[in-house]
Design a protein around this ligand. Structure first.
Ligand code: GLY
Length: 342
């Protein structure tokens, strides 16, 4: 019997490399598709343009699908102006930024994720290494940071001045009965956020991959993990069907397995748009109907034909959910649908 490590060594000695190391076996591609390549992200025009540019440049040159989704997701992770992802993300209740991210590769069903990772600006790149360079799928907390350090990542302070001030405002306005006082002229109005970004792509071979990355729910209990690093909740990719990513209230996406449910809806014939709406409806149903829902989740989807969909639970005219995508027809933003008028 040849074990996995020896099998990989034997391949290496023979000069054979696998596209992505890990458990899954490569599945043959279904027939070539008409619209590929396509790359999308769960944002509108402003972020979408800058996030998707590096990924599109890679895909347009028939480069690596995984490089494309990673380089695009890294744009938001490294940009301190985004307070819901990576560097500059809003911290937990102790003022510490803890990041979650996942990656999934459609041809093999391989995936990797990190959660409650501190001090590393690009958690999706660490998640990719978990997928490609370990026999595990999830690594969390201190272990995830040690793994990142072993791969040469630098530990840095991820709390920007803007995020620190927002955290301090929240802390000082938490209670009138504690010892933290807001400034007399303070005007605190900020809502808790659980912003996140999904990047999904289809390459010229018809292969698919995706990433979800986030700083999670602001002011969360230390160690809280949302949907983003959980395969099937914040992200799911199946090469034979399509890919789905989620943003918004993670706890609801966890108890509905939202992204997996979305992919399975496409498997039985729904369009990406219908699949996104079906996930939102499922979450509403689980909660007992529209009048019981006071949170938002948003789904984005891409199928094997390069079709795109987007829906959220809450929305209003002029404030519809958006998905930005780049294909051979150029950069576009699609306004999705919402199920409850907010
Ligand atoms: N969807 C991001 C989170 O809840 O952590």
């Amino acid at each position: 019997m040849i074990d996995r490590r020896n099998f990989l060594r034997t391949l290496s000695a023979l000069g054979i490399s696998l596209p992505v190391m890990g458990r899954g076996s490569m599945k043959p591609n279904p027939a070539a598709r008409k619209n590929n390549p396509v790359i999308l992200c769960s944002r509108g025009a402003d972020w979408g343009g800058k996030v998707l540019k590096p990924g599109w440049d890679i895909l347009a040159k028939k480069g690596s699908l995984l490089d494309a989704v990673e380089k695009s997701a890294n744009v938001t992770e490294l940009d301190p102006k985004d307070t819901s992802v990576g560097y500059g993300g809003l911290p937990n209740e102790r003022g510490v930024v803890q990041l979650d991210a996942s990656i999934m590769y459609g041809p093999t069903h391989n995936c990797g994720s990190v959660a409650a990772l501190e001090g590393i600006k690009t958690p999706c790149s660490v998640a990719r290494l978990v997928m490609e360079r370990t026999d595990h799928i999830h690594i969390v907390g201190k272990g995830a940071q040690e793994f990142a350090i072993a791969h040469g990542f630098k530990v840095e302070n991820l709390l920007t001045e803007e995020s620190r001030k927002l955290w301090l405002q929240w802390k000082e306005n938490l209670s009138d009965d504690d010892d933290w006082f807001p400034p007399k002229d303070g005007n605190y109005q900020m809502e808790r956020t659980s912003g996140t970004i999904n990047v999904l792509a289809l390459d010229t071979n018809g292969d698919m991959a995706g990433i979800t990355t986030t700083s999670g729910l602001s002011w969360k209990i230390p160690g809280r993990i949302g949907d983003s690093p959980i395969i099937g909740a914040g992200l799911y990719v199946d090469n034979e069907v399509g890919a789905v990513g989620a943003t918004g209230r993670g706890e609801e996406l966890l108890r509905s397995c939202g992204s997996f449910y979305g992919v399975e809806q496409m498997r039985v014939g729904k369009s990406p748009q219908e699949a996104c709406e079906a996930v939102c409806q499922r979450i509403i149903d689980i909660n007992g109907g529209k009048d019981k829902v006071d949170f938002d989740d948003k789904m984005v989807a891409l199928n094997k034909d390069g079709e795109v969909g987007c829906a959220s639970i809450l929305g209003s005219k002029g404030n519809e959910p958006e998905v930005a995508y780049w294909s051979k027809n150029g950069f576009k933003v699609l306004k999705g649908t919402y199920l409850i008028k907010s």
